[in-house]
Design a binder for this molecule. Structure first.
Ligand SMILES: [Zn+2]
Length: 72
């Protein structure tokens, strides 16, 4: 469950009913509600809409690490 800052509670809260949205600028955001007061919360995620490039050092393409073990 993602966390966000509720301006009404003035505290960090879990975001309930969180839905991921992609804004017009390509950034992702989480939109949901505060579990305590129900205020709409909006958390902008840092990454871009496009997934990060694979194989950034170590992970073999076409298989999750540890998922397959053909050498047996
Ligand atoms: Zn709240």
């Amino acid at each position: 469950m993602p966390e966000g800052y509720c301006v009404k509670c003035k505290a960090k809260k879990e975001i309930v009913d969180a839905v991921e949205e992609v804004m017009k600028n390509g950034r992702k955001a989480i939109k949901g509600r505060c579990p305590t007061c129900g205020t709409v919360m909006f958390k902008i995620l840092g990454g871009k809409a496009t997934p990060p490039p694979p194989a950034t050092g170590g992970t073999p393409p076409g298989g999750a690490p540890g998922a397959a073990n053909p050498a047996s």
